[in-house]
Write a protein that binds this ligand. Structure first.
Ligand code: 5AD
Ligand code: SF4
Length: 428
């Protein structure tokens, strides 16, 4: 066996987990290939946050069957297979899947592949909880950003969300390990580090908080530090101060509100009100005026009325997010919201269309206001005569490629904004 192919679904956490799987396979002497037809080992790293994610996995698995090389090992892992029923149903429907594991034993994938190769017997191994923590060396891409997990799992049990059931309770990594990882990554040339956790604001290690951890990462180096995701209930004034004073923290904040209606927020078990949220936004904007805000919003949560949805639209207008990730509520069996009265699909679809339209207008006007400003851009990619980068507030900018290199921080004047796409020129 010499090559592997990994297909990833879902969030950044999964993308980074796939880098860890790639690290395991690299350590066993395999190399990554671009075409699934050439691979000796195929791994599907799955997501189950919405039903569409699971349907996609099943559809793609069906197609892989005829594409994979005879004798290639097919493994499915991650959130979808952590749901034991889903793992069993998937293996029944796809008898050509050789290995199915959940989220808690992904680090064992190498051993499972050896076992399967030795016996030819299919392995379905889903653990109910984490039994050990093993941090390997991920195989990262050649880009400027690197992800670093600071914690795993979630304790919040928002009523719509399957994550706490498939990722378990919060486990935080030791501060020293995180700082060491970040230093090594910067030594290796990375220019941006994104700290990952389901709710980074509740990071706790011994008596240290997330704001303390960020303090340890104020290294005397030029780099950008980002984090996601933040839960508004735990977003503290100390953290806003930390962003304001920091030399390294990016001026952007992903603060998912989910809904603008107090009644829906309570039904979601979010532990904040619309006005709590708005005052947090106001306080962070006061301290960091150029903060770029983004959010996740879900429409069509059970019992959401037109008035609830109007509250969401109004909140979106009021906050003026730079960027919004919008979702149609998806019923996940086993979660409390799955038992509540559901909305029909047409209503949900019509609401998300209105939300997307509203945000597009906002994104355009936020981008228009950036024209004429001079900002610092981190160049992420140089390709076909163009350079692509991000401002401190996390807005994407396109520039001419002349004289700029990937990984450079450059001063850029924003010269135009077309449909929320910014173009800039390097300021000499
Ligand atoms: N249906 C739709 N969207 C969901 N999310 C989480 N659970 C569901 C669900 N059942 C969204 C939330 C979360 C984002 C990562 O996914 O908005 O912030
Ligand atoms: Fe899901 Fe809520 Fe935890 Fe986020 S905070 S992972 S939405 S339960």
């Amino acid at each position: 066996m010499s090559s592997f192919y990994i297909q990833t679904y879902g969030c950044q956490m999964n993308v980074h987990e796939s880098e860890k799987i790639a690290g395991i396979l690299r350590d066993r002497g395999l190399t990554a290939c671009d075409d699934v037809r050439d691979a000796d080992i195929i791994v599907f790293n799955t997501c189950c946050v919405r039903e569409t994610a699971e349907t996609r996995v099943l559809g793609h698995l069906g197609r892989i069957k005829s594409m994979k090389k005879p004798g290639a090992v097919l493994a499915v892992c991650g959130c979808m297979t952590q749901r034991r029923e889903a793992a069993e149903a998937l293996c029944k429907r796809c008898p050509f899947v050789d290995i199915a594991v959940g989220t808690f034993n992904i680090h064992m994938l190498g051993e499972y592949i050896d076992m399967f190769s030795a016996t030819g017997e299919r392995i379905i191994e889903v653990w109910d909880e984490p039994r050990e923590a093993r941090e390997g060396k991920p195989l990262r891409d050649g880009g400027v950003n690197a992800w670093v997990n600071i914690m795993y799992g979630c304790n919040n049990f928002c009523t719509y969300c399957i994550v706490p059931y498939v990722r378990g309770r919060e486990r935080c990594r030791p501060i020293d390990d995180i700082v060491r990882d970040v230093e090594e990554l910067l030594d290796s040339g990375k220019k941006q580090i994104t700290l990952l956790g389901q709710n980074v604001n509740s990071y706790k290690y011994k008596d240290k908080t997330f704001a303390d951890l960020l303090g340890y990462l104020e290294l005397d180096r030029k780099y950008r530090l980002k984090f996601m995701t933040s839960h508004p209930k735990d977003f503290s004034p100390a953290l806003a101060e930390r962003i304001a004073q920091s030399k390294v923290l990016s001026h952007n904040l992903h603060l998912p509100v989910q809904s603008g209606s107090d009644r829906i927020l309570a039904a979601m078990n979010r532990h904040y009100t619309r006005s709590d949220y708005l005052s947090k936004v106001e306080s962070v904007r006061k301290l960091v005026p150029d903060i770029g805000l983004s959010s996740d919003i879900m429409v069509g949560f059970p019992t959401e009325t037109e008035a609830d949805f109007a509250d969401t639209l109004e909140l979106v207008e009021r906050v003026e997010y730079n960027n919004l990730f919008t979702f149609i509520y998806s019923r996940r069996s086993g979660t409390p919201a799955a038992e509540m009265p559901q909305l029909d699909y047409k209503t949900k679809q019509a609401r998300i269309d209105r939300l997307i339209k509203k945000q597009f207008e906002i994104s355009k006007s936020v981008a228009d206001r950036a024209v004429g400003q001079t900002v610092e851009v981190l160049i992420a990619e140089v390709k076909d005569g163009k350079a692509f980068g991000k401002t401190e507030s996390d807005a994407a900018v396109t520039l001419g490629a002349d004289g700029v290199e990937q990984g450079e921080f450059v001063k850029v004047k924003i010269v135009s904004s077309v449909n929320a796409n910014l173009t800039g020129e390097v300021v000499k």
